[in-house]
Design a binder for this molecule. Sequence first.
Ligand SMILES: NC(=O)c1ccc[n+]([C@@H]2O[C@H](COP(=O)([O-])OP(=O)(O)OC[C@H]3O[C@@H](n4cnc5c(N)ncnc54)[C@H](OP(=O)(O)O)[C@@H]3O)[C@@H](O)[C@H]2O)c1
Length: 350
Amino acid sequence: MAAERIELAPGYDVSRITKGNWQLAERHGDAVEKDQAIDDMRRFVEAGFTNFDCADHYVGVEELIGAFRKRHPDLARLLTVQTKVVPDRDLLPVLKYADIAFLVDRALARLGVERLDLVQFHWWDYDVPGYVEAMGWLSDMQAKGKIWQVGTTNFDCPRLEEIIASGVTVASNQLQYSVLDRRPEHGMADLAEKHGMALQCYGVIAGGFLSERWLGAAEPEPPLANRSLVKYRLIIDEFGSWSLFQDMLRTLAAIGAKHGVSLSAVATRYVLDKPQVATAIVGARTAAHLADLVAVASLDLDDADKAAIATVVAKASGPEGDCYSLERVPGGRHSSIMWTNQNTKGVGAR
Ligand SMILES: NC(=O)c1ccc[n+]([C@@H]2O[C@H](COP(=O)([O-])OP(=O)(O)OC[C@H]3O[C@@H](n4cnc5c(N)ncnc54)[C@H](OP(=O)(O)O)[C@@H]3O)[C@@H](O)[C@H]2O)c1
């Protein structure tokens, strides 16, 4: 079955399964070999997964996608690349138009394109004013032809309402959504429906925790193997306990066995079937799990499957609140694992 596609914004068509590329960033986990990573990108595009997600602070990743585009110009024509503009936290109080223009121009150069397909804007600290103005600057660059679509990542409902009220058209908000983290159901999905905005979802398989690899496994002790596992280990704590998480894995595995797919495929389908969800951004360090992703298109979760997942979800204690609110608690468990100043410092942003 062909890879599913969706018109994310008028005239802007992408694959619903999107290749996440944080896993290729320096210091995410084990280093990846450049030629191998480019060859894996080729396999994703050939399988129909033509939408790639990256960010300007995923060190080395925009350049890697640029190298892929150069090596495979025919496949590059099929590709859409959504990057993120993530100004450093320390820069926010003094952020200027020229800083955002610098980041946009740098992404254009790294990716080797004349126009960015989608820019997703991130803002580390709501106590610092300026995100509405900065979104206006991105809209201005859109009007000048440097950007096709403008979106956000990790914004909550009130701030998105503010941005939309300022006249900016937000194509999508990228956020965490999974069987373990249903915070988008606390208002964001309704807001997205009201404004015709798409949701793009990460954390769909919780950094690999939602896979057979962890079924029946003992609770891991730190250090964990990569940045994703560190992040989603905390989400499992919010969800409830390791034992409730194992209940979820067993439930997903039973559904997967019934349909002849992996439990990761079930977890991915669950998110793709949610209202306003356009894409599931699945992190790919290699092409090892490509067949699993291909299987998602033909998977149809029936009422019994959905009820079984809902039964486990009903026992969860969290995560509570709006999207990314836990991650914004100063000095909190979630915020203290983040690196918020590794993008613009010392690289010439004015
Ligand atoms: N906007 C944001 O703040 C934000 C935050 C996080 C991520 N993201 C985006 O979302 C993407 C996804 O990242 P994520 O952290 O959420 O990770 P994820 O997609 O939940 O998990 C990715 C990891 O799971 C494993 N995996 C993938 N498919 C699998 C399968 N079918 N079966 C078993 N294991 C599988 C792989 O590990 P192995 O390679 O070790 O097998 C892979 O590296 C990122 O690349 C990035 O583009 C955005």
